[in-house]
Design a protein around this ligand. Structure first.
Ligand code: PLP
Length: 355
């Protein structure tokens, strides 16, 4: 048995994979594959409507927001956000909490002024910068809720006098958030929501139409809203599997229930990292992520042997990102706590053998 700690695409629930496989062969007994049916068919309309409904239910999306399933990954949102929300000659405020935040702000520079109001670059992004004032004259404040590469996470969102745009790619649906506090939320599906290929966008309608520039249709939120996420052929399969994953989440008790599980998984793993003399955490404890747990070996000579030791026990995907090094165990929604126990046991056995 494999224990998938991979960061992205991340683990999907086994039962979702089975349902998706069945749908590829014969969708709902109609004699056609989900890959063959028209995106305008009532069957796919049912899938998309259910996916939107589940997003609204699970995140408690209030009135006045639109839910979109787009393409191009979160990286396209790096550009689409300023394209739509940053007026010509205007500025936007960014918190640089990691590589993805950095990529987001670089894209925004194509559209207007960018004020980086805080950065954690000085300590290789091992903490969340919190000491900043949000400029009231900026069009929006951009945050990254969870820094997938470095393993930090915003435990509380800062108060803001301007709309908050948040990249929630790696912790969406893992914990409760108050959508009303945000102007726009986006997330690539491939961590907690489904396979790569679709991107969730939740946008407050009243923010649109103010940027005063011409926006090509595919990049225009309003055109995507008007087209019901079907301005062009949507990523049918990715939306289908996302819908199945959201059904699975709902059946488990929803975001509230999964948050408790995620907190427990994180607690167990960080406790071992702090207790075990061979390992150490990377980030400041108060900003540690409950999704991507980054850690190092005290003795660099132990790095490769531990990776091998873990792989022999079916533990997959714990090698750290190339820009952070060390180890990263991603403990997304679908990862059972039993897999965390297997990793903790491996760390204990390895420490015992290398005393
Ligand atoms: N933002 C965050 C926080 C991420 O973790 C990632 C990918 O891992 C991205 C953005 C980029 O996402 P995509 O590959 O969907 O463009």
């Amino acid at each position: 048995m494999k224990h998938n700690f991979g960061a992205g695409p991340g683990i999907l629930p086994q039962e979702v994979l089975k349902q998706a496989a069945a749908g590829v062969l014969d969708f709902n007994g109609i004699g056609l594959s989900i890959l063959e049916i028209s995106h305008r068919s009532p069957e796919f309309e049912g899938v998309l409507n259910e996916a939107v409904k589940l997003v609204k239910e699970e995140l408690g999306v209030p009135e006045g927001y639109s839910v979109l399933f787009l393409q191009g990954g979160a990286s396209t949102q790096f550009a689409m956000v300023p394209y739509n929300l940053l007026p010509e000659g205007g500025k936007a405020a960014y918190v640089e909490s990691g590589v993805w935040a950095n990529k987001a702000l670089k894209e925004a520079k194509y559209f207007g002024d960018v004020e980086v109001i805080a950065t954690a670059k000085d300590k290789n992004f091992t903490y969340i910068p919190k000491d900043f004032t949000v400029p009231a004259d900026a069009a929006y404040l951009h945050l990254t809720s969870n820094n997938t590469i470095y393993g930090t996470q915003l435990q509380e969102f800062p108060a803001s006098p301007i709309p908050v745009v948040c990249d929630m790619s790696s912790d969406i649906f893992s914990r409760k958030v108050n959508v009303a506090d945000f102007g726009l939320i986006y997330a690539g599906a491939q961590k907690n929501m489904g396979p790569a290929g679709t991107t969730l966008v939740i946008v407050k309608d009243e923010l649109l139409g103010k940027a005063d520039r011409k926006i090509p249709s595919m990049f225009n939120y309003q055109a995507q809203i008007d087209g019901g996420s079907m301005y062009n052929t949507p990523p049918v399969f990715a939306i289908y599997v996302s819908m199945l994953t959201l059904r699975w989440l709902k059946a488990k008790g929803g975001v509230e229930a999964i948050q408790k599980e995620n907190e427990e998984k994180a607690r167990v793993l960080y406790e071992e990292i702090d207790r075990n003399p061979l390992f150490k955490g990377v980030c400041v404890p108060e900003d540690r992520s409950h999704m991507n747990v980054c850690f190092l070996v005290e003795n660099p000579e132990h790095e490769k042997p531990f990776l091998k030791f873990a792989e022999e026990r079916g533990i997959e995907g714990i090698k750290g990102h190339r820009s952070a090094g060390g180890f990263r165990a991603s403990i997304y929604n679908a990862l059972p706590i039993t897999s965390v126990y297997v990793l903790v046991e491996a760390m204990q056995e390895f420490a015992e053998k290398n005393k």
